[in-house]
Design a protein around this ligand. Structure first.
Ligand code: XMP
Length: 504
């Protein structure tokens, strides 16, 4: 495996992820790590960072890192730190480079094997203006004379640009060269190893303690719970709060998979009536969200108190949820709570968050490794407040039933059309609109269901999906025919922005 030394860059996790994509396991450590603890690795990468390497308080590692005989690749600030530490010169560059920058590479550099002149992503105020002894220049751009430098005899390499970001065209090739050619990694690490290693690390960390997990049926909490279950079996208890706002059949699916197939300890709390009562009269979206969030915590607390002493809380926090402050030691790391926002003071000794280094698609791959069925692993995201934000205005049992049926039909038709992986989120909304229709020989005055389907990568922006008319027609017909009270279907063709994905 290799190690990323974090100098406070934003991209430490992204670099680690690129290594894993190349089938090399990668850990992240603080730049302060004792070099003796780095001996076990086949390669070391330095991240970028916001500082100037020559500033008095700059984060710098020990110089002995370069004497370990382990290949080092410095990136951006990491490159400058290497130059500075080894006696080169770093200073503010006369022209700052930001963004896509055409860069040329020296042909005989092992790091740039099979890398032609191409675009690299630059983002720097300082640059290396003088090489340390023994180094030579191996890449250049218009405003950066040392876009990369190397000392192959000592296996030291440094690049001013960011090979980890997508905009660097040959970034992966450069990493491949570093890992396979320079570090001698074999590239035989697989998600299966992550799963096995995480399970044994969890065993060791948790020991005989008891763990509680809030299972929502979402991908992240499911995969996290499975990992912990594989590590400690029945010492894990999952609480699954059924607030009645889940999609049709979802509560049963979760229970089926986790209790029956995996024999996990699950408490399914039937809180449907309770939530409906609390939601009575609430029409405003934020009010509904608040009521659901608070009630969720109350139910969770009540159930966990019944269990007696439970030391640890397991959460499905994944990397994009983690707001990280730099290098791990001052590190106040803030957790995003996946499960309805559980408060910190609920009385646990600590948190277990086995997925906090992974990106969403890696979590899915881990889920598959763990044997979780594909239909659960590839589940589209679902908001914590559930169908409550897909019913405009007040929630009633009747409206919930109507929406569940309409939504199930739409989802089924998307699956029948083979589109469930190409559309990122799709669902039905029960609008507050009523309109006149005619069915048989009679007049109807029914509700309008809106269908929504979007494509997106990050859910921050989204485009409405150009679903085939055929599919829309079929879903519309079926909903009208099969769901009583619905007499009109509309398709939402707004992107985000200006609309949001959900209607409330
Ligand atoms: P919007 O509607 O803001 O949604 O474009 C973006 C993504 O977030 C989900 N979403 C929520 N998830 N609690 C959640 O856990 C919420 O209150 C909530 N509101 C929206 C939404 O489903 C979409 O994936």
């Amino acid at each position: 495996s290799v190690v990323v030394l974090d100098f406070g860059g934003q991209y430490a996790q992204l670099i680690a992820r690129r290594m894993r994509d190349l089938n090399v396991y990668c850990e992240i450590k603080s730049f302060r790590t004792d070099p003796e603890q780095l001996r076990e690795y086949k390669g070391i990468l330095f991240t970028g960072g916001p500082n100037s390497a020559y500033a008095p308080d700059a984060p710098l590692c020990s110089k002995s890192v370069f004497e370990l005989g382990i290949p080092v690749l410095g990136i951006c600030y990491g490159a400058q730190a290497m130059a500075h530490l080894l006696g080169g010169r770093v200073e503010a560059s006369p022209v700052h480079e930001f963004g896509k920058t055409l860069t040329s590479f020296s042909e005989d550099s092992l790091l740039f094997r099979d890398v032609p002149e191409s675009v690299c992503w630059m983002s720097h105020n300082d640059y290396i203006s003088g090489l340390p002894e023994g180094f030579s220049i191996c890449a250049q751009s218009a405003h950066c004379p040392v876009a990369a430098m190397e000392y192959p005899g000592k296996k030291l390499y440094a690049v001013q640009f960011h090979p980890e970001v997508e905009h660097t065209e040959y970034g992966n090739q450069i990493f491949r060269n570093f890992l396979y050619e320079i570090c001698g990694c074999r590239g035989d690490w697989k998600m299966a190893s992550f799963v096995e290693e995480t399970i044994s690390a969890l065993k060791e960390r948790i020991g005989g303690k008891k763990v509680l997990c809030g299972l929502s049926g979402g991908v992240d909490s499911s995969v996290a719970a499975m990992l912990v279950h594989r590590a400690i079996g029945k010492n894990l208890t999952c609480i699954f709060v059924d607030h009645g706002l889940l999609r049709k059949g979802e509560g049963n699916l979760v229970e089926q998979v986790f209790r029956r197939e995996f024999d996990m300890n699950i408490i399914r709390v039937d809180a449907r009536e309770r939530f409906l009562q609390k939601l009575k009269g609430a029409e405003e979206p934020e009010e509904k969200r608040k009521i659901i969030g608070e009630e969720f915590i109350r139910v969770f607390e009540e159930e966990s108190q019944k269990l007696g002493k439970v030391e640890l809380l397991c959460q499905g926090t994944i990397y994009p949820d983690v707001v990280e402050s730099g290098t791990g030691e001052a590190a106040v790391i803030k957790s995003h709570h996946n499960v309805g926002g559980l408060p910190e003071d609920i009385g646990f000794e600590g948190l277990v968050e086995p997925l906090r280094d992974l990106f969403k698609d890696e979590v899915r791959r881990a889920g598959i490794e763990l044997g979780i069925p594909e239909n659960l692993v590839w589940r589209q995201p679902f908001p914590g407040p559930g169908l409550a934000v897909r019913i405009m205005g007040e929630i009633t049992e009747e409206k919930l039933d109507t929406l569940k049926e309409a939504d199930a039909i739409f989802r089924e038709e998307i699956v029948n059309a083979g589109l469930e992986r190409s559309v990122d989120q799709y669902f039905a909304v029960l609008t507050a609109n009523r309109s006149v229709g005619v069915m048989g020989d009679g007049r109807t005055y029914g509700v309008t269901v809106a269908l929504r389907a979007v494509t997106t990568t990050d859910f921050m922006t989204a485009d409405w999906a150009r679903l085939p008319y055929e599919l829309l027609g079929k879903a519309s017909n079926r909903i009208i025919n099969e769901v009583p009270g619905v007499n009109r279907i509309v398709y939402d063709i707004t992107s985000k922005p200006p609309a949001t994905i959900e209607w409330e």
